[in-house]
Design a protein around this ligand. Structure first.
Ligand code: KG4
Ligand code: ZN
Length: 334
C-alpha cells in the first residue's frame, strides 16, 4: 500500500456533493449525491445546498474509503474545489477538507472547478496533448480556453451575460419543464424540427458569447403564442426546444471553430455540463472531422459536476508540489 498514492477529491460547489479517490493516475471511486430537493423550487436554493452538503459529506467520504478498500491514513492528499461556486456550498467541502487534511497531517490542495472540468478530458484515453483549445460550457460559465499545460490556461473569450447552461435552464423553466432544464430541452429537442423557429444571434466580440437575447426571444415567442392558444407550448414544445437548442449549439460551434483557426490549434476539447448535450456532442465531432481536427469529449459522468475531476486535478497539483495552506479561502467567481 505504501508506495501507492491515494488522493481524495471533494466537490461541493453547487448542488452535487461528490467524493472521488485516485490511486495514482487512476480514478478508482467516483461517488455523487445529487440534491434533487431543489427540483421543487425550480432551481438551486443556496442555503438548502449548503445544508445538504453538510448532511452528506462525511458519509460519502466514509463510503468512498470503503469502496477503495483503504483507510483515511492511507491517503496522501486531500483535494477540494476552492471555487468558483456558491459560497456556503464551497465552505462545507473546504472546511471538511481542511480538518481532514489537518487531522491526517497530509497536504490540502485547492482546485479551480473550471480548470478541473477541462482536465476531465484526461481521466480516460484518448487524451489531448498540449496545447489544445477547450470550450467550457457549464451552468455558470461559457469559456474558450487555450490549454497550455495542466496548470496554464488562457481564457481567450467568454460570455458577457448568461452561460450556455443557464440559457438551457431558463428556457426549460419558460417551457414548464422540471429542473435541471438542460437535459429536458435536449430530450424534447430530439423529436423536434430545429428550423421551425428562428432565434437571434447576438452581435458581440469575435470570441465572446451572449445568450440573454435568445432567452428573451423565447419569452416573447411563448407569450405571443399563448395569447392565441393556451396549449401553444404543449403543441410546439419539441420544435421550440429543437430550434432553441440549435441556435445555442450553432453559436458555440461557430466560435470554437473560428478560435481554433485563429490560434492554429488542431486538437479541440469540450468540458462542463452542457457538453452532455447530444446535439453539441454530435455537431462538435462533425465540425472537427470536417476540419481534420482531433475532438475530445469527456464521458458523460465526467461532463457534469463530479469529484473525479477534482481528484484528478488535485493529484497533479500535489505531484507538482502545488499544495495549499490551511488558510485556503473559497472564491465565488473566476
Ligand atoms: O458543469 P455543470 O454540471 O455545473 C456547473 O459547474 O455549472 O453544468 C450544469 C449545467 C446545467 O445548466 C444543465 O442544465 C446543463 O449543464 N446540462 C445540459 C445537459 N446536461 C446538463 N444542457 C444541455 N443539454 C444537456 N444534455
Ligand atoms: Zn461544473
Amino acid at each position: 500500500l505504501s508506495d501507492m498514492a491515494y488522493v481524495l477529491g471533494i466537490e461541493s460547489s453547487c448542488d452535487e456533493t461528490a467524493v472521488a479517490i485516485m490511486k495514482d493516475e487512476q480514478v478508482i471511486v467516483n461517488l455523487i449525491s445529487s440534491q434533487i430537493d431543489h427540483a421543487k423550487y425550480g432551481g438551486v436554493i443556496p442555503e438548502l445546498a449548503s445544508r445538504l452538503h453538510q448532511q452528506n459529506i462525511v458519509y460519502l467520504v466514509q463510503q468512498a474509503l470503503e469502496e477503495a478498500g483503504i483507510a483515511g491514513r492511507d491517503l496522501s492528499a486531500v483535494a477540494v474545489t476552492q471555487g468558483p461556486g456558491l459560497l456556503g456550498a464551497l465552505l462545507v467541502g473546504i472546511c471538511f477538507s481542511k480538518s481532514y487534511a489537518y487531522a491526517l497531517d497530509i497536504p490540502l490542495v485547492g482546485v479551480n472547478h473550471m480548470e478541473a472540468h477541462i482536465l476531465a478530458n484526461f481521466i480516460k484515453a484518448p487524451r489531448p496533448s498540449f496545447p489544445f483549445l477547450n470550450l467550457t460550457v457549464s451552468g455558470g460559465h461559457t469559456q474558450l480556453v487555450v490549454v497550455k499545460s495542466f496548470f496554464e490556461m488562457e481564457i481567450i473569450g467568454q460570455t458577457i451575460d448568461d452561460a450556455a447552461g443557464e440559457a438551457f435552464d431558463k428556457a426549460a423553466k419558460l417551457l414548464g419543464l422540471p429542473y435541471p432544464g438542460g437535459p429536458q430541452v435536449d430530450k424534447h429537442a430530439r423529436e423536434g424540427d430545429p428550423t421551425a423557429f428562428s432565434f437571434p444571434k447576438a452581435e458581440v466580440g469575435r470570441f465572446q458569447f451572449s445568450f440573454s437575447g435568445i432567452k428573451t426571444a423565447l419569452l416573447y415567442l411563448l407569450r405571443d403564442g399563448l395569447k392565441g392558444d393556451p396549449d401553444y407550448i404543449q403543441k410546439n414544445l419539441r420544435d421550440v426546444a429543437a430550434s432553441y437548442q440549435h441556435r445555442i449549439v450553432s453559436i458555440l460551434i461557430e466560435k470554437v471553430e473560428d478560435a481554433a483557426k485563429e490560434y492554429g490549434l488542431n486538437q479541440l476539447a469540450l468540458a462542463g455540463g452542457v457538453s452532455a448535450n447530444s446535439q453539441l456532442r454530435a455537431d462538435f465531432m462533425a465540425m472537427c472531422e470536417r476540419n481534420g481536427w482531433e475532438a475530445f469529449i469527456p464521458s458523460m459522468a465526467y461532463c457534469t459536476d463530479n469529484a473525479a475531476m477534482i481528484a484528478y486535478a488535485g493529484y497533479h497539483k500535489w505531484k507538482a508540489g502545488m499544495s495549499s495552506e490551511l488558510n485556503l479561502s473559497p472564491y465565488t467567481r473566476v
